[in-house]
Structure formats: C-alpha cells, structure tokens
Design a protein around this ligand. Structure first.
Ligand code: SF4
Length: 179
C-alpha cells in the first residue's frame, strides 16, 4: 500500500488526527472488560460488545495478528457534553468517516479489522438478542473497549489529549491491517 497516498487521503478528511501505532504497544486490560460487564447497559446485547466478541486474550491475539494499526479520531463541539442525546448524535458522523477509511484501505487491497465506538447500531435489534449470528458482519465494528483496550496510555505516549475541550466530543477508531 502506498502510505503517502493514504496520508494524502486522510488529510482530506475532517479528522482531528490520525497516527500509526503498533498493535503490540496497545494496553489490553481485563479491568476494561470488568467495566463493560458491570457498568455498561449493552453488555451481552450486541455482537459488537462482550461477551459476544470473545475473551480479552482472544481479542488481544486477534489485534496482534496484524502488523499495523491506524488510529483515527474526530472531534465535534456540542452545547453541553453532559447531554447524552446530543453527545451520542455526533457518533454517526465518526462512524461514517471510519467506514470511509475502511473502504479506502479495501480499495488498496488491504482488509482492515476495525474497532470503533460503542455498540453496533447497524440493525434496529441486534441478532444476538434472538440467539442468531450477526446479520452484517462486514459492517459491524466492535467497540475499542470491547477488546479490553485502554487507549489512555497510548494517547499519552502520542501526546494526544483524550478530551479536547470542555464541550467537545472526541471519538476514536482503530483499523488494524497488514500490507
Ligand atoms: S450488524 Fe446487526 S446483528 Fe450484527 S452486531 Fe450489528 S446490530 Fe448486531
């Protein structure tokens, strides 16, 4: 893949930032999974979330089976970040940009493994609730945290703030790929 062409493409998108990281340098932590299990209402309700995504160790192995990882981030200013409805309404734009980058990589002959935000919202009702396999696995992106990934140390190492400003929503996606 032509990295220069990729970067030209990324620079044309409304991204806050992008960065290459090594999948080996990410922190995969069981305690993130504990938060999913104990603090998230989507636990067990989506194939994009635990336990549907598998054990943290299996998720880590999957991520580390790729040589590269592209981190992308978008930011959106809202009037009140505590307004969950308004905050979550910014997510679809980030997901669309993530899908655009995914499609670009695919057009370059690269098949990325994509982790993105929150639970999958492709279907009105996730098939997991009916004991059925995912209907659209090619469109489904597990969320970053579902894989036990704690992005904070990675962002600190890169000098990237996790939160850009008081009323700014920041979203991150990870695209793992081999060239
Ligand atoms: S694509 Fe549909 S079935 Fe698959 S994880 Fe998303 S909501 Fe669930």
């Amino acid at each position: 893949m032509n990295r220069q062409a990729l970067e030209t493409y990324l620079n044309e998108l409304p991204l806050y930032l992008y960065a290459y990281i090594s999948p080996d340098d990410l922190e995969y932590a069981q305690r993130i999974r504990w938060i999913c299990e104990n603090d998230c209402p989507m636990y067990g309700k989506s194939w994009a979330c635990p336990p549907g995504v598998g054990e943290v160790s299996a998720c880590e192995s999957k991520c580390k089976s790729y040589e590269n990882c592209l981190l992308i981030s978008t930011i959106t200013e809202v009037s009140d970040i505590a307004n969950i409805e308004e905050t979550l309404s910014t997510r679809s734009d980030h997901e669309e940009i993530t899908n655009e980058v995914c499609r670009y990589l695919q057009s370059q002959g690269v098949n990325p493994y994509v982790l993105s935000t929150e639970a999958c919202a492709v279907c009105d009702r996730c098939a997991i609730l009916d004991g059925q396999p995912c209907r659209k696995p090619e469109r489904m992106h597990p969320c970053v945290e579902s894989h036990g990934i704690n992005l904070l140390p990675t962002l600190e190492n890169l000098g990237i703030p996790f939160q850009y400003g008081e009323n700014v929503v920041t979203w991150f996606s990870l695209l793992f790929f081999n060239e």
